[in-house]
Design a protein around this ligand. Structure first.
Ligand code: SP5
Ligand code: ZN
Length: 340
């Protein structure tokens, strides 16, 4: 399998507010290093990304949000301190049409989902490089008609058009799907297998019928992102019917995930999707420190088998997964049916 990877992710490791304490995030550089080492050992072919296409970024994210992300760290250093991460502390909460404040402290709340991640000196460079990997993997799939894997870090599926959160800044999976659309595939599916609901991806495509979004995840009544991911969220206007949430109870095992994946594939086929993005989180692993699902390494191979059998142009984008030791074996197991 062609793997797109970059060292730029090392520039980003940001603190998160966890149960009342500021800690260095679980979303750490070793995650990507472990995946890279494992995939090298399994003989996958690595490639560097092309330059990020800023037109593509602007088709998924709001221009004012991109400007904010690119300049937030410098503005925070000027206004506050270079010794503390830039993070939100106030949110507009119930104020639906809140005006954007001018001050960086207010804007951090305006442009974020919560305080489980923050912005540090290298965040924008790392997030842009991560996005470039997704774009490059999509371009490879279009050109070569073979699957590709983007070793994205930071992840992306919690980032909406104009908010970061959930360790995500730019929505890599959405960028890959938009790239496939712009390359001529009339309808693209995103199947999100991360333990957490892909709220950002859902929101980006919620009113559109050209990108089907399906997410299999822990029920938001019990898990982050708390307010999105219910089965009742089906899409708006033209997009109605093109968003499908398949929440599972905490503690769910491979059989439940596999059954939900069967429903996801059915939806993809009914919608006539011509290309596929898989948002691959392996935080569904039995020993994941954030998740409660019980998947084993072998289960990832079984999960990927029916997806590979679709034989669609497929981009696999790395999302979460926090059991650092086995993360590479889990990703490699998922990729293996695509090379068969
Ligand atoms: C991409 C992805 O999987 N994002 C998940 C974001 C979840 N953040 C909220 C849960 C925070 C749990 N923090 C645990 C810190 C332990 N050191
Ligand atoms: Zn996750």
């Amino acid at each position: 399998m062609r793997v797109f990877a970059s060292d730029q992710h090392r520039l980003h490791h940001a603190p998160e507010l966890h149960l009342g304490r500021l800690e260095l995030s679980t979303e750490c550089p070793q995650r990507a290093e472990q995946i890279r080492e494992a995939l090298e050992q399994y003989g996958h072919q690595f490639a560097a990304p092309d330059a990020l296409d800023h037109d593509l970024l602007g088709r998924v994210h709001a221009a004012d949000y991109l400007e904010f992300l690119a300049t937030a760290w410098t503005r925070w250093c000027d206004a506050v301190s270079a010794d503390a991460p830039a993070m939100g502390i106030f949110w507009p909460a119930g104020q639906r049409d809140a005006l954007r404040p001018d001050n960086i402290v207010g804007q951090l709340g305006y442009y974020s989902l919560g305080a489980d991640c923050s912005i540090v000196a290298g965040t924008w460079l790392a997030a842009s490089a991560s996005a470039a990997l997704a774009q490059s993997a999509a371009d490879f799939v279009v050109a070569e008609q073979k699957p590709a894997y983007a070793l994205c870090r930071p992840p992306g599926h919690h980032a909406s058009a104009s908010q970061f959160g959930g360790y995500c800044y730019l929505n890599n999976s959405a960028l890959a799907a938009q790239r496939l659309r712009d390359s001529g595939y009339a309808r693209v599916a995103i199947i999100d297998l991360d333990y957490h609901h892909g709220n950002g991806t859902q929101s980006i495509f919620f009113a559109r019928d050209d990108v089907l979004c399906v997410s299999i995840h822990a029920d938001p009544r019990d898990e982050f992102p708390w307010f999105w991911g219910h089965a009742s969220e089906r899409g708006d206007g033209a997009g109605h019917g093109y968003n499908l949430n398949l929440p599972l109870p905490t503690g769910a095992g491979a059989e439940q995930v596999q059954a939900a994946l069967g429903s996801a594939i059915g939806a993809l086929q009914r919608a006539g999707c011509e290309a596929l993005v898989i948002a691959l989180g392996v935080d569904t692993y039995v020993d994941d420190p954030l998740g409660t699902f019980t998947l084993t390494t072998d289960d990832y191979r079984h999960l990927a088998t029916p997806l590979a059998a679709l034989a669609l142009p497929t981009v696999i984008v790395q999302e979460g997964g926090y059991a650092v030791g086995p993360i590479g074996d889990n990703v490699a197991a998922f990729l293996s049916p695509f090379d068969a």
